[in-house]
Write a protein that binds this ligand. Structure first.
Ligand code: GLU
Length: 496
């Protein structure tokens, strides 16, 4: 059977970085095996429904470059792909479970349940609707048939609960954690369906995974506690369960606890792929999709080779379920920036230039040739496409302010004279980088001074600080006239 995997978010808000990783692992497995990657929207909890969330999820997957093969907007033959459009399907299966006495009606009101909780807490216990308590509650196991029929006919609200087996030890295989053993006495009778016709997550999820012929369920670790119930639901419905893999948590940058939106705010990094309600996402902050996916792929999965920088096809080829780790993976934004930088290096110059222009439209009037030259001088230093203008704006306009610390350290009594002398010499050279280098070397050796005495203030005059590419290449790029202008300006503005 060919691999069919699904990403099944609830549209309760934007996609979080963890959700994107789950989608990615599903996508990688599907593509590697020539299978299908499905997007199913789990929208049965109407109270938590957030307008625009589904569209956001679709857009985020499209931006990331991992679009689903089947989805609500691109349906295959297993639709509908929104659970809210599949309600009659769930009623049918809940009917089957009731008929076979694997589930039962429960009429306990919210107050009844609250009373039980209170009673239990008075004895320092915890109320659980399960094999120990169900026979003292108001349900179709304790009421006679006629009463049950009457209550339903009268429209008394009910839920349908799963009748969890007592005294069974079950062992389930998880691709990441291997075998997980549970005693069913520790599990409660979960609600599967409500009288308003809505299934709960558990029932809808299992029914859909079966009907959509999902072969591998790859999802976050937070769903691990639901695994025994899902496994038993497959059994109760007479179905073969899929393979399961529960992905490790993504941890805060300090490694303590689960990464949250607030960690992003505090650490100055995004946690959503795209902007949401005015909060900018990875896209808006200048991260490109492939490095983000590369970073996420290795956040919880390890490649057997040492190669870290991978494009999407390489991730597809290298991915394996047995490389997924159990332990939580620490979110390290520095590492993400490194991936972004590494992928920028691998980009074609013109494609990268296009990205720079998208980020810095103010550069669109600069001649293409000059832009490209500037880009090539600093390409390896760019972390984001916006850095060409943001960090290296001196290519395109003279510095207006000078780094005070650098000036205090490097601008001396004799600096103005040295720069003027050197410039006079350089003017008569070809102004090619190598000629300028020779010229400066000869000048400082004749003067018997260290090269830094000229080079550092020269850089300050041209750049405004001590950063930037080779000062000779920069001079060539700027040209005689502009270099002379910048030196003059620095001399009039800066005092030792
Ligand atoms: N709807 C669940 C969620 O929001 C799906 C969990 C699963 O993949 O089974 O994450």
């Amino acid at each position: 059977m060919s691999v069919r995997v699904r990403f099944a978010p609830s549209p309760t808000g934007p996609l979080h970085i963890g959700g994107l990783r789950t989608a990615l692992y599903n996508y990688l497995l599907a593509k590697q095996k020539g299978g299908a990657f499905i997007l199913r929207i789990e929208d049965t909890d109407q109270n938590r429904y957030v307008e625009g969330a589904e569209e956001y999820i679709q857009n985020a997957l499209a931006w990331a470059g991992i679009p689903p093969d089947e989805s609500p907007i691109n349906p295959g033959s297993f639709g509908p792909y929104r659970q809210s459009e599949r309600l009659s399907i769930y009623s049918e299966y809940v009917g089957q479970l009731l008929k076979e006495e694997k589930a039962y009606y429960a009429f306990d009101s919210a107050e009844d349940l609250e009373k039980e909780r209170q009673k239990a807490s008075e004895h320092k216990g915890h109320f659980s609707y399960d094999c120990h308590t169900r026979m003292s509650m108001r349900n179709s196991l304790t009421l006679d048939k006629e009463t049950v029929a009457k209550l339903i006919a009268e429209g008394v609200p009910y839920v349908v609960r799963f009748k969890m087996d007592a005294d069974r030890i079950i062992t389930i295989n998880d691709e990441v954690r291997q075998s997980i053993t549970v005693n069913t006495n520790t599990l409660d009778d979960k609600v599967l369906f409500k009288s308003d016709g809505m299934p709960t997550y558990h029932l809808a999820n299992v029914v859909d995974d079966h009907l959509m012929e999902i072969t591998d369920v790859i999802r976050g670790e937070e769903w691990l506690p639901s695994l025994p119930l899902h496994f038993l639901l497959y059994e109760a419905l007479g179905w073969e369960p899929p393979r399961f893999a529960h992905l490790p948590l993504i941890l805060k940058p300090n490694g303590k606890g689960k990464l949250s939106k607030r960690d992003g705010e505090a650490g100055g990094f995004p946690v959503y792929p795209l902007a949401w309600n005015g909060i900018s996402g990875f896209k808006e902050d200048g991260y490109l999709p492939t490095p983000l996916l590369n970073f996420l792929a290795l956040l919880g999965w390890s490649n057997k080779t040492d190669e870290e920088v991978l494009d999407l096809q390489e991730m597809i080829d290298a991915f394996s379920m047995d490389g997924i780790q159990k332990a939580g993976a620490r979110f390290d934004v520095e590492k993400l920036r490194w991936f972004n930088q590494q992928h920028l290096q691998k980009m074609d110059d013109d494609a990268l230039l296009e990205q720079c222009l998208v980020r810095s439209p103010q550069l669109k009037d600069v001649l293409h040739d000059r832009l490209k030259k500037a880009l090539l001088l600093v390409k390896e230093r760019l972390v984001f496409p916006a850095d060409l203008e943001r960090e290296h704006g001196y290519f395109f306009s003279a510095p207006e302010i000078y780094d005070e610390k650098a000036v205090a350290k490097q601008w001396k009594e004799e600096t103005a004279e040295l720069l003027e002398d050197f410039m006079a010499l350089a003017q008569s050279s070809s102004f090619e980088a190598s000629a300028l280098e020779d010229c400066l070397k000869e000048y400082v050796s004749a003067k018997e001074i260290g090269i830094g005495k000229v080079m550092a203030p020269l850089r300050i005059a041209l750049v405004g600080s001590l950063k930037g590419p080779s000062v000779y290449s920069l001079m060539t790029f700027l040209g005689k006239e502009e270099v002379a202008k910048r030196i003059k300006r620095a001399i009039t503005q800066l005092k030792p």
